[in-house]
Design a protein around this ligand. Sequence first.
Ligand code: NAD
Length: 358
Amino acid sequence: MAHNITLIPGDGVGPEISEATRRVLDATGVSIKWELAYAGADAREQLGELLPQATLKSIRKNRVAIKGPVTTPVGSGFRSVNVALRKELDLYTCLRPCKIYPGAPTIFKNVDIVVVRENTEDLYSGIEFEKGKAETAKLRELVAEATGDKVKEDSGVSLKVISESASRRIVKFAFEYARANNRKKVTAAHKANIMKFSDGLFLATAREVAKEYPDIEFEDRIVDNLCMQLVRKPQQFSVLVLPNLYGDLISDLCAGLVGGLGLAPGANLGDRIAVFEATHGSAPKYKGQNKVNPMSMMLSGVMMLRHIGEAEAADRLEKAIAGVIAEGKSVTYDMKPDGAAVVGTSQVADAIIEKMRG
Ligand code: NAD
């Protein structure tokens, strides 16, 4: 029976990499009935909404989606479509494996880190107070009354919200993932030395959850130290679990360790619904140029195949992608920082399909 899957091309370079990804997924022979849905700039043009109800409905019905990136203009009025999607569908885990494929452009060796990022709260709660607004003045009064601290009159404020329940479920996910995937250590990152009641709560909860998993080593790192250690000796880490903002930053750092954003897949997971997408954004300056690397979205597709129970096809596709990386002939510009000859997005898909036919 065919798998019904929602395909959201996104905007910027999204449509190009989505098309390349759909082609390689179809070439695995797994029967997939694609349901196209829209989000982002293209959705606004066609349907008048950034995140149409029809898109949410399609994902809720199919329970599995794969999505291209979507642009969020910096500092403008509307909130991120990506953040809205994750919150709306309660996709509380962002899972981002970062491993080195031989031939990838990196100076590091043997890196195989899985970043588990909390996806619903922290500084992404969307609770913000704009400079000069009446509600911001009220907040300043409340802070002065409750704590005696003074918030400057010309301040804007974004709330960092961390709950025990969301911390518990993300740390549990990290340990369960470690157990299921034969990983021996979970590292929690935080800044609990400074933010005692938000990151402090995250850390205390992580320590409590860790006691339920005596078979897996647990350690914690202050996030600035983690950054330094990741670039010095990344091999010491296996599963990282982090609140939302640190998780966002650290997953880009880890993508850099393994060869760049073109090789960094991801999944947003809830209890019932999974939305697969690359770590990178819509890279608008490359839109429509058949230039960027589709492999991060394709590797997100590999994760999706495993999720829907098509492990053998997933292995075949991953092997073909790894083969094309190792050969280094049909890869995009980001894989050849030395300026050697490269191909475009759709030619990468051709080479991978060729490899699978093999
Ligand atoms: P970006 O990840 O889009 O791109 C940064 C740079 O990384 C690009 O200019 C390019 O040099 C490189 N890059 C990214 N993807 C690549 C690929 N597949 N192959 C080769 N090189 C690649 O980050 P940005 O420019 O900061 O963000 C652009 C937009 O994307 C913003 O509006 C941002 O909000 C949005 N964004 C969306 C998502 C998502 O949809 N999940 C995630 C991150 C950022």
